[in-house]
Ligand binder design. Structure first.
Ligand SMILES: [Zn+2]
Length: 227
C-alpha cells in the first residue's frame, strides 16, 4: 500500500492527517510526503532564506520521527502558490512515479490560499495522471484509488470519513514537536488535541479522530467511509 500526503506547507501533513499516517505506517504501508511550499513565510522571526531552511529541517525531523523518509520538497514560495504548467507537470509526474493507492490533500475551502490552490492543483493533476493525457509527462497513467481531503484551518462541514487516531495521538504530537518555529507562533498541538477530541466524540468517550471528505473512493477493502 502506497500513501502520498500532499502538504501545502511543512507541518500540514502532521496537523491534517498525521494520526492517519501513523495508522497507515503501523499497517505496513509506505508513506511519502510532498511539500508544495517551503514555508518561508511562517514567521517574522527570521528572513525567508533562514526560515525556509529551518522548516525543511523541521519537516525532515518530524517525518523521521514517524518513520517517513520519502520526502519531496517542491520549494514554491510560501503564500504565493499558483498553478503553472511546470508545477502541474511535476505533480502529474510524481503521481505516475509513486503510484499511490491513497492520497491526502487539503479540502477545497480550507482557510488559507495555499491550501485552496494545493487542493485545486492536486485534484487536477490526479485527474490528468489517470488518463492518457499531458504529453510533457511520459509516465504511465495512474489513478489514485482513494483520495481524502483533510482539514487544517477550516473544519469540514460534512465529513464522510472519520479515522480513529486515539492510539496515534502521542506519536503525532511528538512529530509535531519538531516544528518549533511554528509552535512558537501558534499552539498547533492544542489544535490537534482539541479538534481530535471533537471529531472523536462520535466514536466514543475519550476517543480522538481525524475527519475527512472522501473525494474519490475506489476499491480498497476496509476503508469504507462513514457518515
Ligand atoms: Zn499550511
Amino acid at each position: 500500500m502506497q500513501v502520498t500526503v500532499f502538504a501545502p506547507h511543512p507541518d500540514d501533513e502532521i496537523i491534517g492527517c498525521g494520526g492517519s499516517v501513523v495508522n497507515w505506517l503501523r499497517s505496513g504501508a509506505e508513506v511519502s510526503f510532498v511539500y508544495l511550499c517551503n514555508g518561508d513565510a511562517g514567521s517574522q522571526a527570521m528572513s525567508r532564506a533562514e526560515l525556509g531552511a529551518v522548516r525543511k529541517a523541521e519537516a525532515t525531523a518530524g517525518a523521521a520521527h514517524l518513520g517517513v523518509t520519502d520526502l519531496v520538497f517542491l520549494d514554491q514560495t510560501d503564500g504565493c502558490l499558483a498553478e503553472t504548467r511546470t508545477l502541474l507537470t511535476t505533480l502529474i509526474d510524481l503521481i505516475r512515479e509513486k503510484r499511490p493507492d491513497v492520497a491526502y490533500l487539503p479540502h477545497a475551502t480550507d482557510g488559507h490560499p495555499d491550501h485552496i490552490v494545493t487542493h485545486q492543483l492536486v485534484t487536477k493533476a490526479a485527474g490528468i495522471a489517470a488518463g492518457p493525457w499531458w504529453p510533457e509527462s511520459t509516465g504511465a497513467p495512474w489513478a489514485i484509488d482513494l483520495q481524502l481531503a483533510y482539514e487544517v484551518w477550516t473544519p469540514i462541514q460534512r465529513p464522510t470519513h472519520l479515522e480513529d487516531t486515539t492510539d496515534a495521538l502521542d506519536l503525532q504530537l511528538e512529530a509535531l514537536s519538531h516544528h518549533g518555529s511554528q509552535l512558537d507562533t501558534m499552539p498547533y498541538d492544542a489544535f490537534i488535541r482539541g479538534l481530535g477530541s471533537y471529531r472523536g466524540a462520535t466514536l466514543g468517550a475519550g476517543r480522538s479522530a481525524e475527519a475527512f471528505e472522501v473525494l474519490r473512493l475506489g476499491t480498497l477493502p476496509g476503508r469504507t467511509p462513514v457518515s
